[in-house]
Design a protein. Sequence first.
Length: 239
Amino acid sequence: MRIVIAGPPKAGNVWLKCIMAHIYDLRPLLKRETPQRPQFHLFKAWVEAGSFPDNSIFHQHYDYKNELVDLIDAVPAHTVTIIRDPYDGFVSSYFTIQQHKDDGLRAGRRTDIMAGKPLSDPDVIAYLRNGGFRNNMRRAREWMESGRTHVVRYERLHSDPVAELRSVTDAIQPVPDEKIAAAVEACKADNMRKMGGERSRHVRAAKVGDSREKLNEEHLAVFREKYADMIEALGYEVR
């Protein structure tokens, strides 16, 4: 079995990858083992070179493309996408930028304008107002609406993880609820932080509704003005 977790960043991809790996006893591929960037031609060359081992799983933030899913299906592999409340996703993205502001790994990105600044800074508001977060939401929407990926809701992973994951595992390869529950337990936030490496770096608050504590009315007004259509399309409430 092989699984590709594809979709937007800061939606819980590393968490979901951990869970799915435990459910199916898959090996998470290391960064150096996967395509260097989430681009179709790199994935195609990687697959054609026989570099996607059996019994493995990885995630990358691919844009939806029919040809990409055709190629994944032909491996064969399964595609899974996690969707998260855009408000919480934005807050998570902001804090990731702060975490990496001094390491030089994210230099040259549009998000640089937010580095080292408070969440309420005018430059952060301007980034939102100028559509800076729309691409993440577009990617989520296109994967969700494609009908060609197994969709997991971040919020349901918190509120009823066994039921949410069962809807995916029943479509991929059914497993007992006990197996799902054990995987969820193994991949709790505290446990992932202790694992070190990528898992520890990607886990911050790991909760639902963080944006309700962090965003002010100015942020919310911009979301209403610029992103209401995307928020609704993704199935979330415009606040």
